[in-house]
Design a protein around this ligand. Structure first.
Ligand code: ATP
Ligand code: ZN
Ligand code: MG
Length: 499
C-alpha cells in the first residue's frame, strides 16, 4: 500500500508567515503515522493556498487529510484569524494489492484503474474534498475487490445443495399448464409485457392456495397482517436494502406528474384529442423521475422500513408479520415464461424478527408446515436446497456461503415440472424460499431490541408458482386433484363464454 498526491488547501484570505505553523502541524501528524519515516513531502505556501506534495506508505490520504484540515482550521483560525475554505487533490495515485488476480479487465468510475498481476494502481487526476470525506476512495478500493470476487463466483454458477426430497409422484399429465389454460380461457395475456389478466378459474386456484397458507401456517403460528404501499422509495428503502445496487435493472420505476395543474396539462390533452396519439414529447416534460421510486419488488423491505429507528420490547419478540396485498413487480425481460415468470405476480410474504434462537425455531416450524402442505394437501413432488442467499443476489453483495451450520442463508423450494422433461434432467421450478438474514435488515433500518441481538428472516410464497407446480403435475381436471386440496376448491367457477 502506498499513495502520493498533491493537495491544496484554500484559505479565506492571504496567508502571511504561516509556513512554520503549518509545518509543525504536518510534522506532528506525520509522527503519529504507521510509517512516519516513509512519509515524504514538500510544502509551499503562496498567496491564499497551502500546497503539499506527499509520498507515503499510508493506504490512502483520507485520514491524514481530514486531520490536517481540522487542525489547520483550529490553529490558523485562532492565531491568524484565517479560515480554510476547502481542499482539493491532484494526481492522486494509490497502489494496493488485490487478493486475486482478475480474470478480465475491471473498470470503476471516477478513477483510472490499472491492475498488473495482483498490483493495482488507482489514479485520480483531480478530486474534491467531499469525495474524500465520504470515503469515496476507500469504497472504490472495496469495489475493485468486489468486482474481482464476482468474476470468480459468477464463473462457478449458483451454489445448490439438496436438503430434502419428497416422495416420488407420478405426474397426471405432461403439458405446460399456462398454454392449456390460455386455450381454455382461464387467463389472458395482459395489455403490457409480462402481465396477465386472471379469470375466475385460475383465481379460484390461487385463492384456495392462499387459504391453505392461512389455515395451515399464518393463523396457527400467529402472524399479524399488514398492508404496505406498492410504491417504494429509492432513498428511504432500496438504498438501504441494497436493491438499487443488486437489481436496478429489474425494477419497475414510477414517475409522478410534475404538476396537477390542469392548465399545464392543457396542451397535452388538446394534442391527444386532435391527433388521437399520445404526445410523448409533451408527456416527457410533465412527469418527473426524481426522486427515484418504483413498484414493490418484494414486500419485506417496506415492512422493515415501517419499524425503522424503533426499539422493540424483548418480551414482544418475536414479531410475526405478513402481507398478502402488495403485488410484486419485476422486469424479467427475455426470461418471461407463462405463470412461472411474470412481470407482476402475487406473493404472500411472511417476516419474522427476533433473537437468533427464535429465528431458527420459527424457520424450522414453517418448513415443517410447508412439508405438510406439499406432501399431504397438494401432493406434489418437490425438494429443498441450500442456495446462494437471495439477499446477496439482490444487493450484489459478495458471495459468502454458510456451508456448515446452515443458519443464515436461503433455502429454495423446488418442484418438478414434467413438461420441461424428466425429473433427473430437467430444471425444477423454485416456487418459494425461506431465509434467515441475520442482522442485515435490522441494522439497515436501525431496528433494535431493548437488549441483545435482533435478527430477522422471511419467506416469500409465490402463488402463481405454487399453481404452476401443482397444475404441471396434477393437470387441469379438478376430479383428479388430491382430495385434501379439493376441500379448499370444490369446483371451478364457470368463467365466461364468448361467441
Ligand atoms: P428466480 O431465481 O426464479 O428469478 P428469485 O430468486 O428472483 O427467483 P425471489 O426474489 O427469491 O425469487 O422471490 C421469492 C419468490 O417469488 C420465488 O420463490 C417465487 O415464488 C416468486 N417469484 C419470483 N420471481 C417471479 C416471477 N417472475 N414470476 C412469478 N413468481 C416469481
Ligand atoms: Zn423477504
Ligand atoms: Mg429473479
Amino acid at each position: 500500500m502506498a499513495c502520493e498526491y498533491e493537495v491544496e488547501f484554500k484559505a479565506t484570505k492571504t496567508l502571511e508567515n504561516v509556513e512554520k505553523d503549518v509545518k509543525e502541524v504536518v510534522e506532528e501528524l506525520k509522527s503519529k503515522l504507521l510509517h512516519p519515516d516513509d512519509f515524504n513531502y514538500t510544502l509551499k505556501v503562496s498567496d491564499d493556498s497551502i500546497n503539499l506534495k506527499v509520498k507515503s506508505l499510508e493506504k490512502t490520504a483520507t485520514q491524514f487529510l481530514l486531520q490536517l484540515d481540522k487542525i489547520l482550521k483550529e490553529k490558523l483560525g485562532k492565531k491568524y484569524k484565517v479560515g480554510i475554505k476547502d481542499f482539493s487533490l491532484k494526481n492522486y495515485i494509490i497502489e494496493f494489492e488485490v487478493t486475486q488476480e482478475p480474470m478480465k479487465p475491471v473498470k470503476i468510475p471516477f478513477a483510472d484503474l490499472k491492475i498488473e498481476g495482483k498490483k493495482a494502481t488507482l489514479l485520480y487526476k483531480k478530486l474534491d474534498e467531499t469525495f474524500v470525506r465520504r470515503n469515496g476512495v476507500e469504497r472504490s478500493i472495496k469495489l475493485v475487490e468486489e468486482k474481482i470476487a464476482k468474476q470468480f463466483y459468477e464463473g462457478k454458477g449458483e451454489y445448490h445443495e439438496i436438503l430434502y426430497e419428497s416422495p416420488k409422484r407420478e405426474p397426471l399429465w405432461k403439458e405446460d399448464p399456462t398454454e392449456e389454460m390460455l386455450k381454455r380461457g382461464w387467463l389472458v395475456r395482459g395489455p403490457t409485457k409480462g402481465k396477465w389478466f386472471l379469470r375466475p378459474q385460475i383465481v379460484s386456484i390461487l385463492k384456495a392456495m392462499e387459504e391453505i397458507v392461512m389455515d395451515e401456517l399464518v393463523k396457527p403460528m400467529g402472524f399479524q397482517e399488514v398492508i404496505g404501499s406498492n410504491i417504494i422509495s429509492g432513498d428511504e428503502i432500496w438504498k438501504k436494502t441494497g436493491h438499487l445496487e443488486g437489481m436496478p435493472m429489474e425494477i419497475y420505476y414510477v414517475a409522478e406528474p410534475v404538476t396537477r395543474n390542469p392548465e399545464e396539462w392543457e396542451s397535452f390533452i388538446d394534442k391527444l384529442k386532435i391527433t388521437k396519439e399520445i404526445p410523448y414529447d409533451e408527456f416527457m416534460k410533465l412527469i418527473q423521475i426524481k426522486p427515484l421510486q418504483g413498484l414493490t419488488y418484494a414486500q419485506c423491505p417496506i415492512i422493515y422500513w415501517s419499524f425503522k429507528n424503533r426499539v422493540i420490547p424483548n418480551e414482544d419478540l418475536p414479531l410475526k408479520i405478513f402481507d398478502r396485498t402488495q403485488n410484486s413487480f419485476r422486469y424479467e425481460s427475455g426470461g418471461r415464461h407463462g405463470l412461472e415468470r411474470m412481470d407482476e405476480f402475487h406473493r404472500i410474504e411472511i417476516v419474522y424478527i427476533g433473537t437468533p434462537e427464535q429465528m431458527i425455531k420459527i424457520r424450522d416450524e414453517i418448513i415443517e408446515r410447508y412439508k405438510h402442505i406439499f406432501n399431504n394437501i397438494l401432493e406434489i413432488e418437490w425438494r429443498t436446497a441450500w442456495v446462494t442467499p437471495f439477499y446477496m443476489q439482490q444487493s450484489g453483495e459478495e458471495f459468502k456461503q454458510d456451508y456448515g451450520q446452515k443458519v443464515k442463508g436461503t433455502i429454495d423450494f423446488e418442484a418438478w415440472l414434467p413438461y420441461r422433461g424428466s425429473r433427473e434432467e430437467s430444471e425444477w421450478l423454485e416456487f418459494q424460499n425461506i431465509s434467515i438474514v441475520g442482522e442485515k435488515y435490522t441494522n439497515a433500518f436501525n431496528i433494535k431490541p431493548q437488549k441483545g441481538e435482533l435478527w430477522s428472516g422471511c419467506t416469500g410464497i409465490g402463488l402463481e408458482r405454487w399453481a404452476v407446480a401443482f397444475l404441471a403435475q396434477k393437470g387441469l381436471d379438478p376430479e383428479k386433484w388430491p382430495k385434501n386440496f379439493r376441500k379448499y376448491l370444490k369446483e371451478l367457477p364457470r368463467g365466461f363464454r364468448f361467441f
